[in-house]
Design a protein around this ligand. Structure first.
Ligand code: AMP
Length: 216
């Protein structure tokens, strides 16, 4: 099963992706995580991506297309994959289709997690991350000890792009560049929209109802 998680920043794609990965044994491919790892390791890709990311802008398509082509060629993607944060533009979606066509594959389903702007701003501005990948929210999902990860005891931090100026930019960028993908995939009859304003376990149940149709 090859699936895409679509939705604005803060919709809960990363949170749901962790559960989907575990339940369906699909590799979770987050382009945001790949880029952040490159920044942390000071690679040339990381250096190129850093300024775009901290402003909340998209990293150029050609870099992302190279990343995704390389990642999808890895052995763990042979039985399927889950993309989180890719594609974010129509050219990226077209490139994905070309990559998959070359290996005789398709995207089975696009799960679009929908949440309104007011809720997204609340979620993103209170989000705190740990380097182990766990995310928290200062009000809705606080850690047991302030600013300390429950899982690994790491110190929590706020992503640069979760600060208010960058949040506004990311939401505008989403509307202009990523939202057109909703019609793109709807016209291919593979778009399934989920209400992302519900509680986390309920959203996962709703996603399972969709994915169980494709999982064999
Ligand atoms: P995310 O972790 O998915 O919220 O991504 C964080 C940031 O990484 C985005 O705001 C972009 O700057 C960059 N990024 C991640 N995925 C992509 C993509 N598919 N295309 C362009 N930029 C991306």
């Amino acid at each position: 099963m090859n699936i895409i998680l679509l939705g604005p920043p803060g919709a809960g794609k990363g949170t749901q992706a962790k559960q989907i990965q575990e339940f369906y044994k699909l590799p979770h491919i987050s382009t945001g995580d790949i880029l952040r790892e490159n920044i942390n390791n000071n690679t040339s890709l990381g250096l190129k991506a850093k300024s775009y990311m901290s402003r909340g802008e998209l990293v150029p398509d050609e870099l992302l297309i190279t990343i995704i082509k390389d990642r999808l060629s890895k052995k763990d993607c042979e039985k399927g994959f889950m993309l989180d944060g890719y594609p974010r533009t129509i050219p990226q979606a077209d490139a994905l289709q070309m990559i998959l066509t070359e290996s005789g594959e398709i995207v089975d389903a696009v799960v679009n997690i929908s949440v309104d702007d007011e809720e997204l701003i609340k979620r993103l501005s209170g989000r705190r991350m740990c380097k182990c990948g766990t995310s928290y929210h200062v009000m809705f999902n606080p850690p047991e000890k302030e600013d300390i990860c429950n899982t690994c005891n790491g110190k929590l931090y706020q992503r640069d792009d979760d600060r208010s100026e960058a949040i506004r930019n990311r939401l505008n960028v989403y509307k202009k560049q990523t939202q057109p993908l909703i019609n793109y995939y709807d016209s291919k009859k593979i778009l399934r929209t989920i209400d992302g304003s519900k509680e986390i376990p309920q959203i996962f149940e709703d996603i399972k109802k969709v994915l169980d149709e494709y999982d064999q």
